[in-house]
Design a protein around this ligand. Sequence first.
Ligand SMILES: Nc1ncnc2c1ncn2[C@@H]1O[C@H](COP(=O)(O)OP(=O)(O)OP(=O)(O)O)[C@@H](O)[C@H]1O
Ligand SMILES: [Mg+2]
Length: 244
Amino acid sequence: MAEILLVTSGKGGVGKSTVSLLTGAALAQRGKKVLLIEMDAGLGGLDIMLGVEDQTVFDLADVLKGRCEPIKAIMECPYQRGLSLLGAPRDTSCNLERKSLTFLCKGLTHYYDYIFIDAPAGLSCGFTVGAEICNRALVVVTPDPVAVRDGRVMSDLLDRSGITRQRLVINKVGKKFLGQKLFADLDEVIDAAGVQLIGVIPEDRELTACIGKGQPIDEAGRTGKVFAALAGRLMGEEIPLIVR
Ligand SMILES: Nc1ncnc2c1ncn2[C@@H]1O[C@H](COP(=O)(O)OP(=O)(O)OP(=O)(O)O)[C@@H](O)[C@H]1O
Ligand SMILES: [Mg+2]
C-alpha cells in the first residue's frame, strides 16, 4: 500500500513540483514505485519537467469524469524508471470532485509505494482533498518571511485536519540567504514555520535549466545528493541533517 504524501505551500513558486519530482525520482531510483499526481487545474508543469509534454493524451480530469481508465492517463516517465505521472487537468475551470478524487487516490495506493500529491499553492480543492487522504505532508518554503509565514498557515490547517506527520523542506537556500538578514539562520526559519525539518535544498540554477528541458539532474551533484538523502529520510533512514 502506498504512502500518500501531500506536498504543499502557502505561497506559489517555492518549489513544490520540483520537490515532488526530484524526491519521487530519488525514491524510484531506490527501487520504489512512485506516482506523482498533479492537482493544479490548467496550470500544471510536471509533464514539461518530466519531458513528456507531447506524450500525454489524458489527464486527471479525464479519469475523474470517467472518460478513461486511470491506466490510460498514468504515464511511466523515461525520466526515471519506476516514476509515473498522472498529469494535471488542462482545463482551468475544472473542479476536482472531492469524492471521486478520494476514491481514485485510495484505489491507486494498491499499485505504488509512494504517491505524491503536488497541490496548488494555498487553499484549494487539491489541498483539502490531499489533506483528507494523505498519510504525511511536506510543507515547502523558501527562506523568506512571506513563504515561511504562509507555510505555517498551511501547517496549522493540516494540524486541524489531523495531519500531525508533517515535515519542512526549505528550498532555494543560497549564499544570499544570510546576507539578506531576513532570518538569523535556518533554525530561525524552522522555528517560524513550526514544522520539523526534513531537507534543505540549495538554490541551484542548473536545476532550473535541467528540469525546464525535462532532463534529469546530476545525481552525483550536490542537489542530487540532497534529494537522495531526503528520499532516504522519508524511507525511515537516519541520515543526519546539517543545518548551516
Ligand atoms: N532549489 C532550487 N534552485 C533553483 N531554482 C529552483 C529550485 N527549486 C525550484 N526552482 C525553480 O523555481 C521555479 C518554481 O518551481 P516549482 O514550479 O517547482 O514551484 P511550485 O511551488 O510548484 O510552483 P506553483 O506554486 O506555481 O505550483 C521553477 O522555475 C523551478 O525550476
Ligand atoms: Mg507546482
